[in-house]
Design a protein around this ligand. Structure first.
Ligand code: EPZ
Length: 421
């Protein structure tokens, strides 16, 4: 298993490009199952999770061709509607094939995604919604077996805001008979990007980005070409890298448009964040203060502060001036980076879903272990400012969601290298 070796102390400066959004690309790749015509996607990030999803779709019979950051998927042949355990266990987002398979083929057999480090992450809302649309669904031997002659439109209400739940139900509804209304829908930008791609394929969707999404079913969807939106969490993570090192960094190919809650907190911490827009491109520049001020955060569904940025802000607060309170309200076990940050000298007290972080002047480099994708990012951020060397082990977690992170950080002046552990 690889590790990253980081020597702290460099102030990050310069410019780096942000990749396409993992959490938009994953559902949009699955949307290819909804049509017998080719779907071409641009700005697809080169990530392990994307590779896993393409492997799953290929195993089902989807023809996949890649050229740089463009991917063309063609589900025009025989499709085997099965998502096996050995692939689903490595990537929970595989559940996103369930809705499209049911809608297009009327059957699906998808392994229950296990929990993961950050929580149990059940999929009961996905199943409940599809059953309301007429699917017969059984769960046995660790698999979801689903059948539906034709899904019918329904009024759906999810018990909590669920991003992939909303996405699964929205994709299923595109080919259902009649109108589906999803209430309490997720408002995340990635849901909007998926809706835009589905609409380009001929779906009739309104309300994406609000908590009520209406979908009028159509007999079939066509092919389309769609550009994946920029990754707002990668953007936020690199803004944090600039912030924690007292740097001055420009991120290109992205905007602050979907990061208001995060940008507000970075400005409260003392950073100057500038959105730059030309007719040709958008970028974001962050100029950090010599030392950050502590900022308290509370995660919640979009447009509130995203849970996927919580770990990164715990790293910022670990070396900021003052004390911050971090409340995690989405996942039940998303503080595993705290004990690793404590190994670097951070002063963090955990009480249930609340962490109290008192900033220290310096962290000390040490060997730490990544436990999940965003926890890994927070350890890298801490390593950028810790005294001496920090070895971050098990960075396969990091490779799931950040394209070439060490190359991008090196370009900004960080001292970081990958080693075989
Ligand atoms: C998506 O996960 C993202 N993944 C996650 O990003 C992100 O953290 C999460 O949304 C919240 O924003 C993708 O989009 C691929 P949820 P998802 O369903 O859809 C509970 C990353 O780092 N719930 O919105 O799985 C669930 O347990 C990843 O890129 C149910 O109880 O999250 C959680 O507590 C991590 N039953 C809450 O709802 C259900 O049927 C929100 O989960 C569904 C969800």
């Amino acid at each position: 298993m690889d590790k990253l070796v980081i020597t702290g102390g460099a102030r990050l400066t310069g410019e780096v490009a942000v990749s396409g959004a993992k959490n938009a690309a994953l559902p949009i790749l699955c949307a290819s199952l909804l049509s017998s015509e080719p779907l071409t996607l641009r700005n697809v990030p080169a990530l392990n999770d994307i590779a896993t999803m393409l492997k799953l779709l290929t195993r089902m019979g989807v023809t996949v061709t890649r050229e740089g950051d463009s991917v063309t998927l063609h589900a025009g042949g025989v499709i085997e509607p099965v998502a096996p355990y050995e692939l689903v266990k490595t990537m929970r987002a595989s559940i996103l094939v369930l809705g499209p398979l049911l809608a297009r083929l009327g059957e699906a057999r998808v392994s229950l995604p296990g929990g993961c480090a950050i929580g149990a992450r059940p999929v009961d809302q996905h199943i409940k919604g599809l059953q309301s649309m007429g699917a017969e669904i059984g769960v046995e031997h660790g698999y979801i077996s689903a059948k539906a002659t034709r899904l019918r439109g329904a009024r759906l209400f999810t018990d909590m805001v669920t991003v992939t739940g909303t996405e699964n139900l929205m994709m299923a509804a595109c080919l259902a008979d009649g109108e589906t209304v999803i209430e309490n829908a997720a408002r995340e930008p990635e849901v909007v990007d998926l809706a835009q791609c589905l609409s380009a394929m001929g779906a009739r969707i309104s309300g994406a980005g609000t908590d009520v999404i209406r979908i009028r079913g159509v007999p079939r969807l066509a092919g389309a070409t769609h550009r994946i939106m920029p990754d707002r969490i990668e953007t936020g993570t690199f803004l944090c890298a600039a912030a924690i090192t007292g740097g001055d960094v420009r991120l290109t190919g992205t905007s602050t448009g979907y990061l208001d809650a995060v940008v507000d907190k970075l400005m409260d911490a003392g950073c100057d964040v500038q959105a730059e827009k030309t007719p040709a491109a958008e970028s974001v520049r962050l100029i950090a203060p010599a030392r950050l001020k502590a900022v308290s955060i509370r995660t919640a569904p979009y447009p509130a502060f995203p849970t996927d940025m919580q770990a990164q802000f715990m790293a910022l607060n670990a070396v900021a001036e003052g004390t911050a309170v971090i409340r995690e309200t989405i996942f039940e076990n998303r503080f595993m980076h705290a004990v690793e940050l404590q190994r670097l000298g951070a002063d963090i007290r955990i009480d249930g879903n609340t962490a109290v972080v008192s900033g220290v002047n310096r962290l000390q480099g040490a060997t730490v272990m990544a436990t999940d994708l965003r926890a890994s990012a927070s350890l890298v951020l801490a390593g950028l400012v810790a005294d001496g060397e920090t070895h971050v082990e098990r960075i396969y977690h990091l490779d799931r969601g950040y394209e070439g992170i060490e190359a991008k950080l090196t370009r900004l002046g960080a001292t970081i290298r990958r080693e075989k552990a």
